[in-house]
Design a binder for this molecule. Sequence first.
Ligand code: IVH
Length: 672
Amino acid sequence: MVTQALLKQYHQLKELIREHDHRYYVLDDPTIPDADYDELFQELKAIEQNHPELITRDSPTQRVGGEALKNFSSVTHLSPMLSLDNAFSIEELERFEQRIKQILGNEITELDYSCEPKFDGIAVSLLYENAILVRGATRGDGTVGEDITENIRTIPSIPLKLTGKHIPRLIEVRGEVYMPKVSFFKLNQMAASSGIKEFANPRNAAAGSLRQLDPKITAKRQLAFYSYGAQVEKDQSWPKNHYDSLMQLKEWGIRICPESKIVKGIAKVQAAWELLLKKRDNLPYEIDGMVVKVNDFALQNELGFVARAPRFAVAYKFPAQEKKTKLLDVDFQVGRTGTLTPVARLEPVSVGGVTVSNATLHNMDEIARKDVRINDWVVVRRAGDVIPEVVRPILEERGQDTKAIKAPTKCPVCGSQVVRVEGEAALRCEGGLVCSAQLIEHIKHFVARRAMDIEGLGSKLVEQLVNQKVIESVADLYHLTKPQLMALERMGEKSATNLLTAIENSKKTTFAKFLYALGIREVGEATANLLAENFTNLDELMQADEEALLALPDVGPVVAQQIRAFFAEKANQKIISALLKAGIEWTIVKPILHEGSLSLKGKSYVITGTLKYPRDEIKLQLQQKGAKVVESVSAKTDGVIVGEKPGSKYKKAQTLGIPILGEAELEKLLKE
Ligand code: IVH
């Protein structure tokens, strides 16, 4: 029996712990010793152990969920998560302001700007419904991200529940999840001592930690969060400027960076930037610049957006970090399309806290232009996430023992002829998919998450499969057998079975993903989507003439030529037909929409469990009929589509009495 007194004690304890968590993780200002905190926590746990019926998802004991997930589902953001334009110099910053003044009119003199660190982490969106954290998602491509709620819940500086007054019914908080520098060093030290591959930088470590299917692992990674903005529904009251909105979020328990401030006029922005740059190395987290935003929301609205970035904000980047080291040798790496990239092997050097022992030299033209030689002292630079590069040799320190870097005439991997493509700087191995390096990269691309999405087929396995000649093309993946897999290193029966299932599951895909997976030169995800939207089927695309391709927006002569060349190649035709024969399929979505077909306009659906068709496909079809596909079930949901092994959403729908749709009902709905 839960007495009133116990219930009261339980709630008080929960609130007290929440308050201490807030003080410790959000405000960096704890008021009690750790031991006292632990005692409170144990007390709460004891009550919950005796009365599990009391436990709610927002209890401080419930941060780390139970089971590992099989995969992340995708979520469509309430509004796209955009990116920022960069400024690399004071001139570019001034141009940013000039543009603003041109639009707002010259009577505007000194504008208020919010100046914030540009956190070098991973953008996330947090959805709070009735003050409770109900969803955490990655940015993804800006429109669709991944549902990482379980991982987000493990981050102690993200409150599971907002506290305070006038919290809007629905609020989407955006910000950056990052790994503090100390946590990064500790993680890498541990990795090094157990012989595991280290992370290149805190940003990759944060990304890797957020992409864990098992939230228990994420929980151990000591991630942190800073918010840089939020959105509420249109009819809700909201501060009139950005800075006040951050302060409002802070009131409700959201972590805001204390370095953020408001300044008047662009000259003060420059001063704030210089100050932040000085502080950079002493901050406990990595930043790669300062984000400058027009503070006033009304002015922000007036300024609007260009393409995918707002006109009212800019990322004013810090200069990249550079160090001196010795260039020991140069190797040539063969990429997916055969391009040979010269890679400098360096005497290891720490650049901005990251050990660099390899750096790109881009291509032979760059080597000649910079006059870099083996045994030179060179300046290496790394900036944020990009591959470190050799900037220049230090000519004053050039010794007698330097040697010229020679372009190979034969591919270092397969021995095929190396040619220089006319009009391009790159060298290319002529071996095509006969070259095992190209084949390996090609297969890695084919199986990647954004392509055929074969989980569990990592680089090491692909290398083994190719090097041991188990497979010679991507089509061979679909004929792999369990004994073949089990003969590979570190492959047990269970992993082999899982991999075969993943391969089987990948057969149900979308037209766009399939096209992207083929690895046609110049055809990235965006172009693949465009082609899939504009051609009814693969045959039509394969037969398309230049004119038909050029008619598409964003397709120029080079892209059109690559597409035509790819499909004209006999070997490619053979692989495509082998893939289709192996059972790869997708549903064709009618490309042309007109208002009359929006039979589901205004309706909202939730999908749970595994269905016959890929979830993306169902979602797209529903969206094409005007419906919204949302992540969580609420009283407003019009229906929940339930496949095999549904999750808690199914239960919730039953409780709320929301119509449940099986596969047959779904098909009917889509035919209407
Ligand atoms: S504001 C409309 N503020 O930078 C764009 N972004 O290049 C809203 N970032 O994806 C973003 N620190 O992940 C903003 N103080 C800050 C930021 C910040 C880091 C990241 C963010 C975004 C990327 C844009």
